[in-house]
Ligand binder design. Structure first.
Ligand SMILES: Cc1cc2nc3c(=O)[nH]c(=O)nc-3n(C[C@H](O)[C@H](O)[C@H](O)COP(=O)(O)O)c2cc1C
Length: 319
């Protein structure tokens, strides 16, 4: 599958995750072989009103725009088109439209997953955005809004006609939020209904689940979200399995070095105070399942400086 002339090698894409998939985390995932990443979601209205926070969310570091799309959310096609055009200054490879966010704040304003209740509006937004930019436009949808309205195929068909270049499908409804299992059959149905590439998303956490998702959906690529939290090396693991190669688990030293590099990059990009606050959740994820992790997590959540957090990382990995 190609995005803006870029041929994906292994078809492994880091899913957009608000508060998580910033430039520091994206770089770590690229280091482990992610082919493509998506930014945290950015409000179209905030972009149009020149909100300062937008720049820190949308800025793409060190040429990563070649492999990264910027995701916008909103419900009004004019704002969405204007915001998409404005974001081109960051040189993203594509613009992604969020049609899956389940949080009440989004849904109450008719944004994110609420858009799926109105396939005509989804198509209108896509058409407006496609008309405003010279890069591919993608959408990220869910299976539907709730179990009584599984309409991913209808929405996918509508946005394809409106000019979308590829479609990511998270196989859950808004109602499910992140619980239950992603429904691979819905993703398969979308793949069979459209001609544009389809990206399967939901519950890919290792090589086995990746192989299953590809086999059961026929998707062109895979998008990984929570499986990468505290385990960015999952991209190397899954890539090896997809290529039929043996994968050797990283040593604790290598994992520790990765967590430290992640922390260092967060500090470089955001400054120490913000970085340490944001690093707390990441370092807690790196500690998951390790010895003394509950005790260490309490200390991680109280850490206030780089030196303290760096030495806690050593403790996490018993080094
Ligand atoms: C903390 C968190 C934040 C998320 N933020 C976004 C977002 O900004 N935009 C979006 O389209 N999806 C967002 N998602 C959904 C993920 O992109 C993905 O669809 C979902 O987690 C299912 O994939 P997974 O099972 O691999 O995690 C978020 C998910 C999580 C857990």
């Amino acid at each position: 599958m190609k995005i803006n002339g870029l041929e994906l090698k292994n078809g492994l894409i880091l899913a957009p995750m608000a508060g998580i998939t910033d430039a520091a985390f994206r770089k770590i995932c690229f280091d482990y072989g992610a082919d493509f990443t998506v930014s945290e979601m950015v409000s179209a209205k905030a972009v149009c009103y020149g909100d300062k926070k937008t720049d820190s969310l949308a800025r793409l570091e060190n040429g990563e725009g070649k492999h990264t799309s910027l995701q916008i959310f909103g419900s009004e096609s004019e704002f969405m088109a204007k915001a998409a055009a404005e974001l081109l200054k960051y040189e993203p490879a594509a613009i992604d439209i969020n049609m899956g966010c389940p949080v009440p704040k989004c849904v109450k304003s008719g944004e994110g997953s609420a858009l799926m209740k109105n396939p005509k509006l989804c198509a209108e937004i896509v058409k407006a955005v496609v008309g405003a930019v010279n890069v591919p436009v993608s959408v990220k949808i869910r299976a539907g809004f709730d179990s009584k309205s599984i309409n991913a195929v209808e929405v996918a068909t509508a946005v394809e006609q409106a000019g979308v270049s590829f479609i990511a499908v998270h196989g859950r409804t808004r109602e499910q939020m992140y619980s239950g299992k992603a429904d691979l059959a819905v993703i398969k149905a979308v793949k069979e209904a459209v001609n544009v590439p389809v990206i399967a998303n939901g519950d890919v956490v290792d090589g086995e689940s990746a192989l299953r998702a590809l086999a059961e959906t026929g998707a062109d690529a895979l998008m990984l979200g929570r499986g990468a939290l505290g385990r960015p090396w999952i991209f190397a693991e899954v890539a090896a399995v997809l290529e039929g190669k043996a994968y050797t688990e990283l040593s604790d030293e290598e994992k520790c070095a990765t967590a430290k590099l992640h922390l260092k990059r967060l500090v470089e990009i955001k400054g120490e105070d913000v970085a340490i606050l944001e690093a707390r959740k990441h370092i807690a994820w790196y500690s998951k399942g390790r010895k003394n992790s509950a005790f260490l997590r309490n200390r991680i959540n109280l850490a206030t400086g780089f030196i303290e957090m760096n030495s806690l990382i050593n403790e996490v990995f018993g080094l």
